[in-house]
Design a protein around this ligand. Structure first.
Ligand code: WT7
Length: 632
């Protein structure tokens, strides 16, 4: 089993070894897994192309490590504990033995339908156990999964299916979320109507049993294809550097890109970080509230916990149904020991009052995790006082889809914590701050651009189908370094605080949105001539979306415009990308080379119209006053 750091001295010596002798350090971690063949070299890399290979020559199957390996010692232990949307609904528990059988049945079903090693399979499913089962079934047979968050629109789903040239979609009929019953399969039908020529079939999981349209030529029922299959499926032999999954994420330009993670390194790092960051002990009940549609769910609901032989809770519903006590009710009911959520959820629940968590027994909680965006002081203290009762360390974990696992974080009970600070790099993570001119910012009490100068096992390998884009986005800003896109501060004692994105990416409720992507969606509205989107501080969401639009006023009703723009964005991307504020303007501040000066727009959106800096280089300096005057 992966090594667990238990003291500050051990953290320090592990960190030192990981820098002085990274290959030996990671080989020792990797030795604790089941490999079918050992590696010929631990690490080969350059950040120029980039070309990064961990455990080259090794052969494995990650599901053998998630499942088969645990059968002897913990076959009857609960692997997945599923809590349904309805508070009085039936809890489902899958032991490691049962999970292995279900994964094999599904894997055999997929094989019989023609899915094989290297084929891409897109998931569009709510948080039901079958999502985890399906993902693991793909990994079992060497198919590459790409989970699309089920809140994305049909257009966004079609774009991802086509970018991945997926052979199949796996979905549910409907999805219960709070009081809503969402027609999931209908969205898949709509996506396919837009043209997805690579799709052979859609595998439909009967979730609610509500009526759906079935096209016998392409739709297959999960229960018909998988339930009668054998519960034995030999794991496909994978190279350490074979693709495990693609996960789409937004960037500052263009369409979302498919971040690629591979089998060996991702396995080693997701398990290592899970065991250490959550200090998981046998018998603990661990709950991460993320959705499997995001990287947090991949690494810390499915892979990390199962690799470590943990009991992982999966929740179908929302934090506010039937009321704002639901999270705490679940913690009490299942005696949750490690709880991991996002600042936006903490802020939303904090706003409902202190008396709500006070009704529940939260004494089982040993540590509290935070992820996805900077956690503000107020939320940090509320989480500490009202949920952890001052006894559970707050573990603010900084990482990204591209990093595959947690990068900067305190370790509970081992390193200290400080409000709003992600604090210390994990062993193996060589972070540094750079200035805009490409010089390292040394010393303490400084700010800079957050970079990493040495590879770790779960660093992204490429962006699917476009390696050049991977190079440009992450490895070209600074020579020989991975650039995160974040700005950070280092305090007097060397702790890191991640401040936020320095590129044109907005973090809305912990979800990454590219401004260009939202602008493209807004521009689909027939009256919109041009738009510019920026983020602004939002009490609950962290950042809200502020859109400045230039419209062709003919035939536009002002009242409808805002709603229509929101509807267009919902259709093009999904409700999470809907602008919170829309201001009609007559022009946008542009430089002489035609570039929008977002700095000015960001300032106005934040409600700060004083000292907008030098506007003399603008092509149209007069426009700034009129935008200021019309600000919402
Ligand atoms: C971006 C990555 C990693 C899982 C969820 C988000 C921001 C993430 C923190 C944190 C401050 C954070 C960064 C990062 N971020 N965690 N603890 N403190 N900022 O994954 O969608 O890939 O977004 O989220 O800006 O670059 P993602």
């Amino acid at each position: 089993m992966t090594h667990q750091i238990k003291s500050l001295a051990e953290y320090k010596s592990a960190y030192k070894k990981s820098v002085d002798n990274p290959e030996e350090f990671w080989a020792e971690q990797a030795e604790t897994f089941t490999w079918k063949e050992k590696w010929s070299s631990v690490l080969n890399w350059n950040f120029d192309e980039p070309n990064i290979k961990w455990f080259e020559g090794a052969k494995l199957n990650i599901t053998e490590n998630c499942l088969d390996r645990h059968i002897e010692d913990r076959g009857d232990q609960t692997a997945i504990l599923w809590e349904p949307n309805e508070i009085d609904g039936e809890v489902k528990k899958y032991t490691y033995k049962e999970l292995l059988s279900e994964v094999c049945r599904c894997a055999n079903g997929l094989k019989a339908l023609g899915i094989g090693k290297g084929d891409r399979v897109v998931f569009y499913m709510p948080m039901v156990p079958e999502l985890a089962i399906g993902v693991l079934a793909c990994a079992r047979i060497g198919a590459v999964h790409s989970v699309v968050f089920a809140g994305f629109s049909a257009q966004a789903l079609a774009d991802r299916i086509n970018d991945a040239t997926a052979k199949a979609v796996i979905c549910s009929d409907f999805n219960k979320r709070g009081v809503k019953n969402i027609p999931v399969k209908q969205v898949v039908d709509d996506a396919l109507d837009k043209g997805c020529p690579s799709i052979d079939f859609v595998l439909v999981h009967k979730n609610t049993g509500d009526q759906i349209k079935i096209d016998s030529k392409i739709d297959k029922w999960w229960h018909e294809e998988c339930d009668e299959q054998s519960e034995v499926c030999e794991p496909e032999l994978m190279d350490a550097e074979d693709m495990l999954f693609i996960l789409y994420t937004s960037g500052s330009t263009g369409k979302p890109k498919g971040v690629v993670h591979t089998c060996g390194g991702y396995m080693v790092y997701s398990c290592y970080t899970f065991k250490n960051v959550f200090q998981y002990e046998d018998g603990d009940i661990y709950w991460c509230t993320a959705d499997i549609g995001w990287i947090t769910g991949h690494s810390y609901i499915v892979y990390g916990p199962l690799l470590a032989g943990a009991t992982t809770v999966m929740f179908e519903g929302v934090p506010t149904f039937p009321d704002a006590g639901r999270f705490w009710q679940i913690c009490e009911k299942h005696k949750v020991n490690q709880f991991y959520t996002a600042p936006t959820a903490i802020r939303a629940l904090m706003a409902k009052g202190d008396d709500i968590p006070a009704k529940y027994d939260l004494s089982s909680i040993k540590m509290l995790g935070s992820v996805g965006e900077p956690i503000n002081e107020e939320a940090w203290h509320w989480y500490d006082k009202h949920i952890g009762k001052g006894k559970a360390p707050i573990i603010d974990t900084w990482w990204q889809t591209e990093t595959g696992g947690i990068m900067i974080t305190p370790l509970p009970g081992i390193t200290d914590t400080k409000p709003t600070y992600a604090s210390y790099p994990m062993p193996g993570i060589q972070t540094l701050l750079m200035d805009a001119d490409g010089n390292e910012v040394r010393g303490n009490n400084v700010e800079g651009l957050l970079c990493v100068k040495f590879p770790w096992p779960s660093i992204l390998r490429t962006t699917y189908g476009d390696h050049e884009r991977c190079k440009q986005t992450y490895f070209s800003t600074f020579d020989g370094m991975y650039f995160t896109g974040d700005g950070a501060r280092r305090d007097e004692e060397g702790r890191i605080r991640v401040i936020g994105r320095v590129d044109d990416v907005i973090n809305v409720s912990g979800h990454r949105m590219g401004t260009a992507e939202v602008e493209n969606a807004i521009n689909e509205h027939h009256n919109v001539i041009e738009s510019a989107v920026v983020g602004y501080p939002h009490d609950i969401k962290g950042q809200g979306i502020y859109a400045y639009v230039i419209v062709d006023e003919e035939g536009v009703s002002k009242e409808n415009l805002s709603n229509e723009i929101k509807a267009v964005v919902t259709k093009e991307i999904g409700p999470i990308a809907k602008p919170d504020k829309i201001q009609v303007v007559h022009g946008l501040p542009k430089t002489r080379s035609g570039k929008i000066m977002r700095r000015i727009l960001r300032k106005i959106a934040s409600g700060d119209t004083s000292g907008l800096g030098d506007t003399s280089t603008l092509l149209n300096p007069d426009i700034v006053d009129s935008i200021k005057a019309g600000a919402i």
